[in-house]
Design a protein around this ligand. Structure first.
Ligand SMILES: Nc1ncnc2c1ncn2[C@@H]1O[C@H](COP(=O)(O)OP(=O)(O)OP(=O)(O)O)[C@@H](O)[C@H]1O
Length: 224
């Protein structure tokens, strides 16, 4: 069956339990929104799925193939880390050639936002320009499943809406997206999972996020 299947993930740091028996699935054409407070373990979970962080226990299967190492996962799963990951001294057009196979480059090389940046080195781009380039590289990569850690960070509304549209239109990939800009996560997600106390809870209505203490109702404080 074609899907990403994650099971029994357990992780502790220095004796503190971060992830306890995590189970989740993501199908092609589906976007899973992963929410949680600071330090709840979202980035750790994505790194474990991608294979760049160890876990005490884990089971990751993609399209029927069990993945045991990063080498197994790299062509099937791709990962946008929270921090910039592209080489600083390389020009954007070379980065695109380096990261994407020929048949996947044109869309990005002809993108109206990316075109003016092509001859500039990554290090001179603004924070938002860097993030958009990274997100678009991931979205155009060949992997079936893409893990996006804070893709909307620093991105202005028009470009954010462009990324939301790509995520909503893409039916050949599955996405797991985490971002503190939770309203944007709600706009792209087919299902929402809240990571709290090491466990994942499926959320069916926005008000459950309030009930689980993901945010507080500020109107309670000013009497509105
Ligand atoms: N390499 C590490 N060594 C020790 N503790 C770590 C390490 N990496 C993460 N942690 C701890 O694990 C917990 C989960 O961290 P993680 O970065 O996964 O959280 P997060 O949900 O992504 O947080 P945020 O939303 O703030 O980015 C935190 O308490 C963090 O301090």
């Amino acid at each position: 069956m074609k899907h990403l299947h994650i099971d029994s993930i357990r992780k502790t740091y220095h004796g503190k339990l971060i992830l306890s028996d995590i189970f989740l699935t993501c199908k092609k054409g589906e976007t899973v929104g992963l929410l949680g407070r600071n330090g709840s373990g979202k980035s750790t979970l994505l790194k474990i799925i991608f294979g760049i962080e160890d876990a005490e226990n884990k089971f990751v299967k993609v399209n029927g193939k069990v993945l045991t190492s990063f080498a197994d996962s790299s062509s099937l799963i791709n990962y946008l880390p929270q921090d910039n990951f592209l080489p600083k001294e390389i020009k954007v057009h070379n980065i695109i050639r380096l990261f994407l196979p020929p048949k996947r480059r044109n869309q990005l090389l002809n993108n109206d936002f990316i075109k003016p940046l092509l001859s500039r080195k990554f290090k001179v781009l603004s924070g938002g320009e860097k993030r958009i380039l990274e997100v678009l590289l991931l979205l155009n990569s060949e992997a079936d499943y893409i893990l996006l850690d804070e893709p909307f960070n620093g991105i202005s509304p028009i470009n954010r809406d462009f990324i939301i549209k790509i995520l909503n239109d893409e039916k050949n990939k599955g996405f797991i997206v985490t971002d503190h800009d939770y309203e944007n996560v709600l706009k792209v997600a087919d299902k929402i999972l809240l990571l709290k106390d090491g466990l994942l809870k499926e959320i069916s209505k926005e008000k459950e996020l309030l009930e689980h203490g993901y945010f507080i109702n500020t109107s309670d404080h000013n009497g509105i």
